[in-house]
Write a protein that binds this ligand. Structure first.
Ligand code: HEM
Length: 434
């Protein structure tokens, strides 16, 4: 019998536990953190749960004690059904092998190869919006990031086919947060059917590349081999490609939306970021080398990641019991690590409610890379696979929008935050180009 106590907190009502307050109240975790500290118990989505928050908790889950946790056991049933055997839901050796095979498509030389496509799609979108005068930014930028993901991954030409595929993904995303009842008219049932159509589309794209290798990311994935000379199977390729398309555009869309909002709300930050771009523009057109020479934009993007992390946290299943901060957590429970809550702790960030990119100046005491206080992309060995890709895409977009345009926010819009399906201002951000 283990003598170490369970963490403080409440398991709430029978069956539903505290799920309703968790879904309704954005400050659910922060309020309890104030009362109980960096670990507390609750009952969410039909399982006893501990919520953990803060750099030490993040390091424990994401890096030093990873073997106690299962990704697959952590995600709700909807994710397992809709995202299939993709990297998100793999463990151990299978995960290691797949991650290694996917890595080259999202790092190093492959990124340089993607530059021209991202650059062109961003410039065309910005020109079109400026001409229209006013833009529903969240909706428009989602189409832009999807066009980038599908062009680079599938080599598809932006147009009717991309728009149809983008629509299928919106249906799929809605199903991730729905009741898992698979009937033709339910949100989840529609998502399952959208997934099947996406998989069929991907199968055709993969077969075409197996016959005739191409330079897009899917072409690279089809050809890539592990140490034994084995390649990804059709099922693995389909699942991974679906995950890349899904993971790669909703999150980037959210961060770009909040970047536009924050720059408009803080003109002094916008002016400094624009000044940095104008100085670079004098040296020549945007290229890969320039992307590495934008320290202030890097700080701004980190502050957007801190204030508005698109992914609020991550679930894990506890597969081996563990102790943290003097409390015992049994196997079979689930753990939720909070990204958004960590980013708002005033022990690590002074006046966390203020938007202040200077806190990420390398000389500032709050800028501590690698200490798990900034975890918008997760951390440790399973840090976001698309991190370098997403950062490149966001910097290319930001550089062009700052060099070519000025904008303000349409008055009277509702900028309060909604988390479902992904974080966004309720108005969708109405932007007026000047
Ligand atoms: C701003 C953009 C993005 C954000 C904020 C973001 C955020 C995250 C976070 C927080 C995790 C870890 C979740 C956890 O620990 O439970 C993650 C994992 C992952 N992300 Fe991203 N992501 C972004 C863009 C992308 C892109 C562009 C891709 C694909 C091209 C991608 C693919 C993945 C994959 C495959 C994983 C799982 C990695 C593994 O388990 O080894 N993400 N992402």
């Amino acid at each position: 019998m283990n003598k170490t106590p369970l963490p403080p907190g409440s398991l709430g009502l029978p069956i539903v536990g505290e799920t309703i307050s968790f879904l309704r109240d954005r400050h659910f975790a922060t309020k309890r953190h104030r009362r109980y500290g960096p670990i507390f118990k609750t009952h969410l989505l039909n399982r006893p749960t501990v919520v953990m928050m803060g750099p030490e908790a993040n390091r424990f889950i994401l890096s030093s004690h990873m073997e106690h946790f299962s990704w697959r056991e952590g995600w709700p049933a909807t994710f397992k059904i809709l995202l299939g055997r993709s990297l998100f839901l793999m463990e151990g050796e299978e995960h290691r092998r797949n991650r290694k095979l996917l890595m080259p498509a999202f790092h190093g030389p492959a990124l340089a190869h993607y530059f021209a496509t991202i650059d062109q799609i961003c410039r065309e979108a910005i020109d079109r919006w400026v001409e229209q005068g006013e833009t529903h930014f969240w909706g428009e930028v989602k189409q832009m990031t999807f066009a980038i993901a599908s062009t680079l991954l599938l080599g598809s030409e932006p147009g009717a086919e991309t728009a149809a595929l983008s629509q299928e993904f919106q249906t799929l995303t809605a199903g991730l947060f729905a009741v898992p009842l698979d009937l033709p008219w339910t949100t989840f049932g529609k998502a399952v059917r959208a997934r099947d159509r996406i998989l069929a589309h991907l199968e055709q794209a993969i077969l075409a590349r197996q016959g005739n290798p191409t330079q897009d990311a899917l072409g690279l994935l089809v050809q890539t081999e592990d140490e034994e000379g084995d390649r990804l199977s059709m099922e693995e390729l389909q699942a991974q490609a679906l995950l890349m398309l899904f993971a790669g555009h909703e999150t980037t869309t959210a961060m770009l939306t909040f970047l536009m909002m924050a720059l408009a709300q803080h003109p002094e930050v916008g002016d400094r970021a624009r000044g940095e771009q104008m100085a670079l523009a004098q040296q020549g057109p945007l290229d890969m080398a320039q992307l590495k020479a934008m320290p202030y934009l890097d700080q701004v993007l980190k502050e957007v990641e801190r204030c508005y992390p698109p992914v609020a946290g991550g679930f894990r299943g506890v597969v081996k019991p563990f102790e943290f901060n003097g409390y015992h957590i049994p196997a079979g429970w689930q753990v939720l690590y909070r990204i958004d809550g960590t980013h708002q702790l005033d022990t690590y960030y002074s006046h966390p409610e203020q938007f202040n990119p200077d806190r990420f100046n390398p000389d500032h005491p709050e800028s501590k890379p690698g200490d798990f206080r900034l975890v918008g992309f997760g951390g440790g060995p399973r840090i976001c696979l698309g991190l370098a890709f997403a950062q490149m895409e966001m910097k290319i977009f930001a550089a062009h929008v700052l060099r070519q345009t000025r904008w303000r926010l349409a008055p009277g819009q509702d900028l309060s935050l909604s988390q479902i399906p992904t974080l966004h201002p309720r108005s969708g951000l109405q932007v007026i180009w000047e």
